[in-house]
Design a protein around this ligand. Sequence first.
Ligand SMILES: [Zn+2]
Length: 289
Amino acid sequence: MPYAVVLDAGRDGPRAMVSALVHGNEICGAIALDGLLQRGLEPARGRLTIVFMNVGAYQAEPPRRFLDEDMNRVWDPAVLTGDRSSRELLRARQVRCLLEDAEQLLDLHSMQSQDAPVALSGDLDKGAALARAIGVPACIVSDPGHPAGPRMRDYGRFADPQLADAAVLLECGQHLAPAAIDLAEEATLRFLLALDMIDRAQAERLAGRALPPPPRQQLVRVTGLVTAGPRFRMADTVVGMQPIPWAGTVIGWNDGNPVVTPYDDCVPVMPTPGAAPGTTALRFGKLVD
Ligand SMILES: [Zn+2]
């Protein structure tokens, strides 16, 4: 399998997958995983699969989010087995068996904005529990699936509430920020620690530093979203993950019509000021605890 590494400890344990480059221009995860592999990452039990996903889009000059279609919207069994074709679907079909083998998934991404990193845990409690077990970042967002198509995180057993298999998508920070690489690395190590696949000594040796105490985590539940109209403009006062105290505060304009917060302490989740018409400009989030 090109651009995939399977590390089998030869001892019983969890089957975990860490993925990077689902979006080809989001390179922090690939840099972090490459570094950990070069420094000798090895699970003590179970099987760890590391996959560099949309390598074609990454190798474009300059790296692109995707070549033909968004690889994080194709994870529907009917699409994967259907007749439709694209370079992303070819790769998704190729690595699908690895994904189906995994019981726990950490999918590493980055963002356009400078906003605080966020773990997107899906709308099932098991996703939030995995994000808490990892322990970073401070912000966990419980969000429903993407309307444009299922994400890899929502594929198969990960979306089945009856099963323990869980997945988290981690937005590590701004695309080219060095801090995003550090978080991708730390989250990968903490993910493997939480699964008891490595011990603390190995984690700290691979990190080259003592892991700091994890932050206090805050869970935010997405309650709705704003789709950008033909001429969407966002208020400059909107900062991702910064609660807005009052209901009715204008956060932007859709074709000149004000868009307002629906309740007090509404958290703007992943605002995209230049959102293209028809795409998600912002999600509204409610603080859970
Ligand atoms: Zn992404």
